[in-house]
Write a protein that binds this ligand. Structure first.
Ligand code: ZN
Length: 346
C-alpha cells in the first residue's frame, strides 16, 4: 500500500523521534524479488561530523521500487546540509542501483530526441569548463557512469586531451570500456592514481551519491595539479522545486540513492573543509527535478500510467515546459542544479 501524502503535510513541526515512529505506517509496492527491507545505517552530517538534524521529508523509492522501505531526509541544524538518515548500507549498492538504472542506460535508442538535445547542451557546458586547458591536459571524470561525459569530451573536445574516468559499478565500467574509454574501476579514495597530475576533474551528478563526500573531495584534490580545478554539478536545495515538494516527492531526493544534498552555503563549507578554493558558485537550468517531483506525486497517488508517462526523461513536452520554467528560476539565481568550480590553489 502506498503511503498517504496528506499524513505528511504537517511534517516539519514533528520531532525526529516522532517521525521515526511514523515510518512503519508507510509501505511501498516493490518490484518482484525486492520485498525484503534494506539494511540501513545511521550517519552524521559529513560537514559537521555530528547528527544534529531536523526532519524534512519522508518518501520511498518511487522510481525503481527496489525495496519496501520508507526513507527520511533530514537537514543539519548547524550547516544546513540535507542528508538521508538512516541510509542503505554499502552492502546494498547492487540492490539500490538496478540493471535498468538510467545513469547506466542513457542511450540514443532509449531516449531519442532528448538524447540528442542533451548531448549538445552537455557538450557545450563541458567545453566551457575546459577553456584554457593545454593540448596535453589530463582530465578525470569521477563517477563517470557509462562514460557519457567522457565520450562528449572525446567527440567535441581537443583530440590530444588525455581522458580518464573512475566508476565503481561493474556494468557501467564495462559499457564505458566498450566505447574505448579509459576507466579505472573503484572509488577515488582507494585507487592508486598519480598524485598532483590532473589539470581538471569533473564530478557530475556524483557527490550526492557517495558515502563520504569529504574523503572524496580530499582524494580528488590530491590528484589535481596545484592550480588544477574540480567542477562539481549537483542538485540544488536552495530552489523553488525543493521548497514545494520537500516533504515527500522532490525529484532531487531520488530515494534512496542521493545521500547528501547541497546548496551554495554547504558547498562552500565542504570546499573549505577539504582545502579547495571556490572559484565560482553558480546555478544551471535543469527540468529534471521538476519533472520527477510531479512524477513521484503521481506515482504515489496511483495515477493512471499514461499520465505518469508524460513525466519522464523521454517526455519531450514536460522537459521542454520545465526547462522554460527553470529558466525563470535561473534568472533569480536559483536554477535547479548547482555548479561549483573549485581550485587546488597550492
Ligand atoms: Zn552539518
Amino acid at each position: 500500500m502506498p503511503g498517504n501524502p496528506s499524513q505528511l503535510d504537517s511534517l516539519a513541526p514533528l520531532s525526529l523521534p516522532m517521525v521515526k515512529q511514523l515510518l512503519p505506517r508507510f509501505g511501498a509496492a516493490c518490484r518482484p524479488g525486492s520485498t525484503d527491507p534494506l539494511t540501513l545505517e545511521l550517519v552524521k552530517c559529513c560537514i559537521c561530523d555530528v547528527d544534529d538534524a531536523e526532519p524534512l521529508g519522508v518518501g520511498e523509492d518511487f522510481e525503481y521500487r527496489t525495496s519496501p522501505d520508507t526513507f527520511l531526509a533530514v537537514r543539519c541544524r548547524r550547516c544546513g546540509l540535507v542528508y538521508l538518515n538512516p541510509r542503505p548500507a554499502l552492502t546494498e549498492l547492487d540492490r539500490i542501483y538496478p540493471a535498468d538504472y538510467h545513469a547506466f542506460e542513457f542511450s540514443a535508442e532509449r531516449y531519442g530526441f532528448v538524447y540528442k538535445v542533451r548531448c549538445k547542451l552537455e557538450a557545450s557546458r563541458l567545453l566551457d569548463c575546459c577553456r584554457g586547458l593545454k593540448k596535453d591536459a589530463r582530465i578525470l571524470d569521477v563517477g563517470c557512469g557509462d562514460g557519457f561525459h567522457l565520450s562528449l569530451l572525446q567527440d567535441f573536445g581537443q583530440k590530444s586531451w588525455r581522458l580518464e574516468g573512475i566508476e565503481p559499478n561493474d556494468r557501467a565500467v564495462e559499457m564505458g570500456r566498450r566505447k574505448g574509454l579509459k576507466i579505472h574501476q573503484g572509488i577515488v579514495q582507494n585507487l592508486d592514481l598519480p598524485q598532483s597530475s590532473y589539470d581538471l576533474a569533473f564530478m557530475i551528478a556524483t557527490i550526492e551519491h557517495v558515502d563520504d563526500p569529504t574523503a572524496v573531495l580530499r582524494a580528488v584534490r590530491a590528484l589535481l595539479k596545484p592550480g588544477g580545478r574540480l567542477v562539481i554539478v549537483t542538485d540544488n536545495t536552495d530552489t523553488l522545486d525543493f521548497q514545494l515538494s520537500r516533504t515527500r516527492h522532490w525529484g532531487g531526493y531520488h530515494f534512496p540513492r542521493h545521500w547528501n544534498l547541497f546548496n551554495s552555503a554547504t558547498m562552500a563549507a565542504i570546499a573549505q573543509k577539504t582545502g579547495l578554493e571556490i572559484e565560482t558558485l553558480t546555478t544551471i537550468i535543469s527540468p529534471v527535478n521538476w519533472v520527477y517531483s510531479i512524477r513521484n506525486a503521481l506515482v504515489d497517488r496511483q495515477a493512471p500510467q499514461w499520465l505518469i508517462n508524460q513525466f519522464s526523461l523521454s517526455s519531450t513536452l514536460s522537459l521542454g515546459v520545465f526547462t522554460l520554467f527553470d529558466q525563470v528560476q535561473q534568472w533569480m539565481g536559483r536554477g535547479a542544479l548547482m555548479r561549483a568550480v573549485l581550485k587546488r590553489s597550492h
